[in-house]
Design a protein around this ligand. Structure first.
Ligand code: 5GP
Ligand code: ZN
Length: 120
């Protein structure tokens, strides 16, 4: 699996070739607001490396996925989600066509804020 896929829109977002509203960036992880938000807060957290979905994960990705999942709650609060337990946030990760995945670069949706939401 190559680190970047020249045809992938999320690889292009990571590279700055497609503009996005950045939420967070470090050496391995990028986060940005979803272009069609379902909730008052809705951003995506992705590895910079092109991994198509969770179906391709192996032991070498444990640290990366652990970092994504522990980063998400911190970013959720920073982006305006209300604190747990009255507030909270929803994490969704779609995998494969039957799993509802449209963009085949692994991404975690983080959604939150006051109800009602458009979807979810
Ligand atoms: P999926 O259905 O694959 O889990 O979700 C893909 C998400 O990416 C959708 O919520 C969609 O709105 C978002 N998305 C697709 N293209 C772009 C884009 O060019 N920029 C941003 N910021 N989000 C995008
Ligand atoms: Zn990609």
């Amino acid at each position: 699996m190559s680190a970047h896929d020249p045809h992938c829109i999320f690889c292009k977002i990571v590279a700055g070739q497609i503009p996005s509203r950045k939420v967070y960036e470090d050496d391995d992880i990028f986060a940005f607001h979803d272009i069609h938000p379902w909730a008052p807060v809705h951003f995506l957290v992705i590895p910079k490396q092109h991994i198509p979905s969770m179906a391709q994960l192996g032991p070498e990705h444990e640290r990366l996925m652990g970092r994504i999942m522990t980063l998400a709650p911190r970013l959720a609060l920073e982006q305006g989600c209300n604190p747990y337990p009255e507030g909270g946030f929803r994490i969704v990760c779609n995998n494969g066509t039957e799993g509802g995945q449209e963009v085949h670069h692994l991404h975690v949706h983080v959604m939150g804020g006051p109800r009602p939401w458009l979807r979810g």
